[in-house]
Design a protein around this ligand. Structure first.
Ligand code: PMP
Length: 432
């Protein structure tokens, strides 16, 4: 009889569950959707991570997006070391915040003024407050399968971990808060028009991930974002792009630059913090001047604009180059093609969505254009695929409803290894 070795990760998971709900600080990390125990990570370098048992994995989660330059790049560590010597937090303004705000505005010109927060959740929550204050309206339109953090109004048909756990609206969200959130279908302008009619007093904002990353990756159809822009212009609603994932990833100027649609307000996170906790929101000056202390819309944060986070963000943005995006596009293309071919050889039906360095392999035999399509995927097959890849040392998102992230630290060799592993894993996925 084979004796299964108890791993350090398994022991840590048991211990973690005694002190933390699910043993984790964020739900998807618990591997609920794919089974087995999560791997407790100890270190990362470049495209690789190592767990507490000393097992090494090629990483496609990359901290869910911030690590576009890979794990622990030397330049970043040096910059953080220098910055930490000057102190870790002041609760007073610093030069670093101005420098990062200027860098953001240069890359994303629609962000005429910027406010830093400590997470994407705070950015989305705050941008909505600004939109409501500016329009004097309460209702907001979001899209099923889009995720904008875990503030009350956004936990309605949310993607990401909420999709993984099948939570339509979280308990604890007041009915009154949920009632103000109208949900439309991604890539379906007619659905936006019809839910807008339900808001008798008008819509404050249409919030959208311009490239959706939280129901798995779903790109906007041509004309979708332009249609939202036109609809907002007609109705007086503000168009808000949540670029927490797509910012600085879809292109240097985010999805708005890549796709040529200018929102009124934008949320950022992830890359802008270079792996430290950061979010930001910003947009039209007339709207952002409403934020305290220039205006009455209150929003604040003890660690907002934290000098270490600003340093990491400045370093991350300084390293963005045309060469990096060309590499990410090339690797993304190779990976998508190789995975598609591997699935085909194994006789597995998949549908792969990709934009640059972001992709999702949906276990479905037709294109995925919205949350209904994504939900039709065979999540059990994804779970089997995930486990088989993990056994080969490839760390994928532990849920069908998340994007894979490439970084500049990934190499062609890594992509080749991934495709080789996938040939076996697709076969494993096909066997129930
Ligand atoms: N918006 C989007 C599009 C996201 O992907 C996320 C997190 N994945 C958030 C908001 C929330 O950001 P955070 O987890 O930093 O609160």
């Amino acid at each position: 009889m084979a004796v299964r070795k108890v791993t350090r990760s398994a022991k840590l998971f048991e211990r973690a569950q005694k002190v933390m709900p699910g043993g984790v600080s964020s739900p998807v990390r618990a591997f609920k959707a794919v089974g087995g125990e999560p791997r407790f990570m100890k270190s990362g370098k470049g495209a690789y991570i190592k767990d507490e048992d000393g097992r090494t994995y090629l990483d496609y989660v990359m901290s869910w997006g911030p690590l576009i330059h890979g794990h622990a790049p030397k330049g970043l560590l040096a910059a953080l070391g220098r910055a930490a010597k000057h102190g870790t937090s002041f609760g007073a303004p610093t030069r670093l915040e101005i420098e990062l705000a200027e860098a953001v505005r240069e890359l994303v010109p629609s962000m005429e003024l910027v406010r830093f927060t400590s997470s994407g959740t705070e950015a989305a929550m705050s941008v909505l407050r600004v939109a409501r204050a500016a329009t004097g309206r309460d209702a907001v339109i979001k899209f099923a399968g889009c995720y904008h953090g875990h503030a009350d109004g956004f936990l309605v048909d949310a993607g990401s971990g909420a999709a993984t756990l099948g939570v339509p609206t979280s308990p604890g969200v007041p009915k009154a808060a949920a009632a103000l959130t109208l949900t439309a279908r991604y890539n379906d302008l007619a659905s936006v028009e019809s839910v807008a009619e339900l808001a008798k007093d008008g819509v404050a904002a249409v919030l959208v991930e311009p490239i959706a990353g939280n129901m798995g990756l779903v790109p906007p159809e041509p004309g979708f974002l332009e249609g939202l822009r036109a609809l907002c212009d007609r109705s007086g609603a503000l168009l808000v792009f949540d670029e927490v994932i797509s910012g600085f990833r879809a292109s240097r100027g985010g999805a708005q630059h890549l796709l040529g649609v200018r929102p009124d307000l934008t949320c950022l996170g992830k890359i802008i913090g270079g792996g430290l906790p950061v979010g930001a929101y910003g947009g039209r000056e007339d709207l952002m001047r409403r934020v305290a202390p220039d205006g009455p819309v209150y929003q604040a944060g003890t660690l907002s604009g934290n000098p270490l986070a600003m340093t990491a963000g400045l370093w991350a943005l300084s390293q963005l180059s045309d060469k990096l995006y060309a590499k990410l596009e090339r690797l993304g293309g190779l990976l998508a093609e190789g995975l598609s071919d591997a699935a085909h050889r194994a006789g597995t039906d998949v549908s792969i969505n990709r934009v640059g360095s972001l992709l999702t392999v949906f276990f479905l035999d037709r294109p995925v254009m919205n949350y209904d399509d994504a939900k039709a995927s065979d999540t059990a097959a994804y779970g089997r695929f995930f486990q088989a890849m993990l056994a080969e040392g490839i760390y994928l998102p532990p849920s069908q409803f998340e994007a894979w992230f490439l970084s500049g630290a990934h190499a062609t060799r890594d992509v080749d290894d991934t495709i080789r592993a996938a040939r076996k894993a697709f076969e494993a996925a096909a066997t129930t």
